[in-house]
Ligand binder design. Structure first.
Ligand SMILES: *[C@@H]1O[C@H](CO)[C@@H](O)[C@H](O)[C@H]1NC(C)=O
Ligand SMILES: *[C@@H]1O[C@H](CO)[C@@H](O)[C@H](O)[C@H]1NC(C)=O
Length: 394
């Protein structure tokens, strides 16, 4: 097991004195949504048939996080799902009349290439595999604006067919873009931010905030030291293609379940998917009820107090009851007063182990794409901030 010791970002204060004239970080809100319809249902499994083994399928998305961005000149506005499990930005084309019927795409937006004076067509080869069918469209470039960053000639896809009714803003590793040939790989968003001088290192921090908050933050090129206590624990990525990390076990009431394994940290997935060796005994221990077929989550008594500890060796992330015992009503947009458990068997994720938003809301995670590491700590929910630019390895 590779669990490097925790490193403190000791260099940062020194670097700050030699700081560039503008702060070398870019921050923007990520907005939480409940899906009341099929909105994100099919963002799932996007790379099911893609050549890479990872990133991973998504399913049963009832809660997701979106980012506001704009493309083109004049600017056309979009809201896209923030996904640390994929590497491309794609938006719907104005010509998609099947997936976007009945205003299904009014929230996410639809792109009109002809209305943008800075639009450039690359080719028609954009392709992602879905469980059922595939999504396709045009690779393109145009001016992208996210938060305070404006990137000219940014490569993205304009999809003409893609189920799900939400565009995806993939911010994962360079090299796992949905291109068919390695030679077609391109600098994706985090890389372009560095190339254009907005940040000093291809790295970002994700703060999803508490379950009650409507907004979290994606901070590119920086670490907000007010959002966690103590030091970050640095974990080596176990794949050059995905945020895959080792963990020791999942613990409930002092008992270890499931043993060592590897999980993907994926903001594009709502829940946590764990192997049955861990799920089954935990289900028994916490007294899970039957499966709700509409969510594939199991019922749990709404009064249950359940906290789970995710043991990463040098650190343990505790996931609180508020993440794990989830009222169904708000999730489904109805008056259902029952609750479901935020953890599922990995059978519902094509046997991928995924630590999604249920986990990530309790963690502060720094993704160092350049160093192929993540820094992780128990989150501290806070309105204050103490942002330090990232200029070197974690
Ligand atoms: C892709 O580009 C071609 C050529 O410009 C265009 O005819 C087609 O409508 C575009 N497809 C989508 C989905 O926008
Ligand atoms: C699942 O959803 C369907 C359609 O909305 C509904 O009729 C059914 O009662 C739901 N099942 C449960 C167990 O909530």
């Amino acid at each position: 097991m590779l669990f490097p010791n925790t490193l403190i970002l000791a260099v940062l204060s020194a670097v700050a004195s030699a700081a560039p004239t503008h702060p070398k970080f870019v921050t923007f809100p990520v907005t939480k949504h409940h899906k009341h319809s099929a909105l994100v249902q099919n963002h799932l499994s996007a790379r099911q048939n893609s050549p890479q083994p990872l990133p991973v399928p998504l399913s049963n998305q009832e809660t997701f996080y979106s980012v506001a961005l704009s493309l083109g000149t004049p600017a056309q506005n979009f809201n896209c799902l923030l996904d640390t499990g994929s590497s491309d930005l794609w938006v719907y084309s104005v010509f998609d009349t099947t997936d976007c019927v009945n205003n299904a795409c009014s929230f996410t937006g639809q792109f009109t290439a002809a209305d943008s004076s800075t639009y450039t067509f690359i080719n028609e080869d954009y392709q992602i595999g879905y469980v059922s069918g595939s999504a396709s469209g045009n690779w393109s470039t145009d001016t992208l604006t996210v938060g305070t960053a404006t990137l000219p000639d940014f490569q993205f896809a304009v999809a003409g067919a893609a189920p799900g009714a939400i565009g995806v803003f993939g911010v994962a590793l360079e090299g796992s873009e949905s291109v068919s040939n390695a030679k077609d790989e391109y600098p994706n968003f985090p890389v372009q931010l560095k190339n254009q001088g907005y940040i000093d290192r291809v790295a970002y921090s994700l703060y999803l905030n508490s379950i009650d908050a409507n907004e979290g933050t994606l901070l590119l090129g920086g670490i907000d030291e007010a959002k966690f206590n103590g030091d970050l624990t640095v974990l080596d990525l176990q794949s050059s293609q995905a945020f895959l990390v080792n963990y020791n076990s999942i613990n409930y009431n002092g008992n270890n379940y499931g043993g060592q394994n590897q999980a993907v940290l994926d903001s594009g997935t709502s829940y946590v998917y764990i192997p049955d060796e861990a799920f089954d005994p935990i289900a028994k221990a916490v007294g899970l009820g039957a499966l709700n077929p509409n969510t594939t989550l199991n019922y749990i008594d709404c009064n249950s107090q359940v906290t789970l500890d995710f043991d990463f060796g040098a650190t343990t992330i505790t996931v609180e009851t508020s993440q794990l015992v989830i009222p169904l009503g708000p999730l489904l947009g109805n008056n259902d007063e029952r609750c479901v458990f935020g953890i599922q068997s990995y059978e519902y994720a094509e046997r991928n182990i995924i630590f999604g938003d249920v986990f990530l809301r309790n963690a502060y995670v720094v993704f160092d794409l350049e160093g192929q590491q993540v820094g992780i700590a128990q989150v501290q929910y806070s309105d204050s901030s103490n942002i330090q630019p990232i200029t070197g390895p974690l």
